[in-house]
Design a protein around this ligand. Structure first.
Ligand code: DAH
Length: 340
């Protein structure tokens, strides 16, 4: 009986030691401690047999059990110190951290305005077209009734790439290109980049977007121009928006006008955004000058038309209340992300 217990103890020592040596992770070591030495463990199980032993044999077996308990406890302790702590994937996830959203691209605020403006004109029957950014002096100036010695050409005296070849200073030359290629009726909107020797300051950039518009047909009058622009303004800025035309001059339109809309910020009351006038300028416009029709081979006795040109960056500045146009060209994500 005593020998039987002694054998079980020897087996426990051997198997226990081997198992402890094989344990790698701290969790395994702890599991072994419970299995070998815990209250319901193997050693406790063996010692339950102690009560059945004759009293004189108990001390020997008890002493052996204690020795094995100390040996295994020491080995467990030693093993525990070298054990690695297994880290589960879940343990690495900190649910209190802010989420990492997927990075999404977005449209630049100027592109948003271009899309919206062109979309409205498309719904009014206009077609979107584009023209070259490298233009000839002929299309950029001459065909638009702007001789180079005309004072109006001064503002546009700009980036020449070669004799007679220029980075276009406005999108208006596309008017001439479209009219030379197609017969009336014509209704086009022309978005695109233009280049001027303007300073790069809070309200100017040397390269910026424009949107040109042109409608040509028999019987088009200034009323069509006003109605089209007023309808555009109402759709773009809201049904309450008022429109006003101020006399102006452009070489390629006669008569010409600057178009203002009631201030989007104060609704016409007068505020700092509209310099207390209640109005904001959004474009130049007018009736196509007969000289332009002649330059592109249209019969000015038969056809009339209107044209307009606007700067979507300026409109974006008004719409988003931007204090400085340069914000639009710095590619600062902290700024651009606000328009995503
Ligand atoms: N091309 C002019 C500019 O860049 C803008 C403009 C004014 C275009 C009146 C037009 C127009 O078509 O009718 O300043």
């Amino acid at each position: 009986m005593a020998n039987d217990l002694m054998q079980q103890l020897a087996l426990l020592e051997r198997e226990g030691s081997e198992a402890i040596d094989a344990a790698v992770e701290a969790g395994d070591v702890e599991r072994l401690r419970v299995e070998l030495l815990g209250r319901k463990g193997r050693l406790t199980g063996i010692l339950r047999g102690l009560g059945q032993l004759p009293a004189d044999q108990r001390p020997r077996v008890g002493a052996e059990a204690n020795r094995i308990k100390d040996v295994l406890a020491a080995r467990l302790e030693e093993r525990k110190e070298r054990a690695v702590t297994a880290v589960s994937d879940e343990a690495l996830i900190d649910l209190t951290l802010p989420g990492r959203a997927h990075w999404r691209g977005g449209l630049h605020p100027v592109t948003q305005v271009v899309e919206e403006v062109c979309g409205i004109f498309e719904s009014l029957g206009f077609t979107r077209v584009r023209g070259p950014e490298v233009e000839t002096v002929e299309y950029n100036f001459t065909k638009l009734n702007t001789p180079l010695d005309h004072p109006a050409a001064d503002m546009h005296d700009t980036f020449y790439l070669a004799d007679g070849v220029v980075l276009r200073t406005h999108t208006s030359p596309v008017q001439a290109r479209v009219m030379e290629e197609f017969e009336p009726p014509i209704r086009v909107v022309v978005p695109g980049t233009v280049y001027r020797r303007d300073p790069f300051d809070a309200s100017h950039a040397p390269a910026f977007e424009q949107i040109e518009g042109l409608a040509v047909d028999e019987g088009i009058t200034f009323i069509d121009l006003k109605a089209t622009i007023a309808e555009f303004a109402r759709r773009f800025l809201g049904p309450q928006t008022k429109t006003r035309f101020r006399p102006s001059f452009f070489p390629f339109t006669e008569p010409s006008a600057e178009v203002d809309v009631s201030c989007q910020i104060c609704g016409g009351e007068g505020c700092s955004a509209c310099k207390r006038t209640g109005w904001m300028e959004i474009m130049g416009a007018g009736m196509v000058d007969p000289a332009v029709f002649e330059a592109v081979g249209y019969d000015p006795e038969r056809y009339t038309g209107f044209a307009f040109g606007m700067g979507p960056a300026r409109i974006a500045m008004q719409r988003f209340r931007l204090p400085d146009i340069r914000l639009l060209y710095e590619n600062d994500m902290r700024f651009l992300e606000q328009f995503g």
